[in-house]
Design a protein around this ligand. Sequence first.
Ligand code: NAP
Length: 283
Amino acid sequence: MTKRIFLIGHPVGHSVSPAFQQAALDHYALDVRYEAMDVDVSSLSSVVSGLRASDVMGANVTVPHKQAVMAFIDELDEEARLIGAVNTIENREGTLVGHNTDAKGFLKALKEESGFDPKGNNVLVFGAGGAARAVVVALVGAEAKSLVVANRTLERAASLVESLQFTLTLAETIELKSDSLGSVAAGSQLIVNCTSIGMSGGEGQGETPLMSDMIPSGALVCDLVYNPRETPLMREAAKAEAQVLSGLPMLVYQGAAAFELWTGKEAPVKVMFETAEKALTAR
Ligand code: NAP
């Protein structure tokens, strides 16, 4: 019997996950189809319920359902609970277990692509949405020394830090265009953009949260945005002669972690990278 794995989101047509997850499944010649499913919020409950079927191995969950889906599953792992969002569902014989592989994917990308260990380092994070929550949880777990969360909506940054307060030792929040941004950036070894600023087709298309004159040359600048491949922030970071990391490795590594949860097999990361790159270029 052909098994199935779904991507649940709205919209889902733009996603490159179907391409690289199917390539990984095909690499092992598994009789599994990975299918994108555009799901309206009103049908989320019944669609998730359907994941308990014996031919379904699980699902990925993307915008805008990562939080809402938590109400319809049976168990949550520790990381998903801390982050407050689920991006991967595993069907364990009718029991739906929620995971969040974004934090793991982010740390793996830092390590494998840039050789960076957050331990003991000062970090500036832009954004306070779902991706920022995963990145902050990852950084706290990896023992970063301090965190500053900069966001357009200050209250959202404050509530992110507040909800994770028991695990944070040194965390501050500032507005995106705060006067103190320059001094915070100057003291940061890692700068991460977790907003959608710079994303193709979004309201912040063509923009950057930081200009080159505020980026220290010794820092690693990571942009979670992966479309376009080279974002305005990445260009500014290169101008400042800082180290640069795109969002593509995190995308692939969070997908690789999900693949391993569903299949129990080592993810063929090289195949996944090649396919994701090709799918992005073909757009
Ligand atoms: P989200 O929950 O909707 O949060 C969006 C964030 O971006 C908020 O902090 C929001 O600020 C900020 N923002 C949006 N437009 C802005 C603008 N024009 N000016 C200033 N701030 C703006 O989205 P998300 O799920 O966290 O995703 C954020 C980005 O990360 C997306 O581009 C997504 O594609 C990317 N991402 C990448 C990966 C990866 O694997 N590479 C994984 C997850 C997400 P307010 O709070 O003020 O609205």
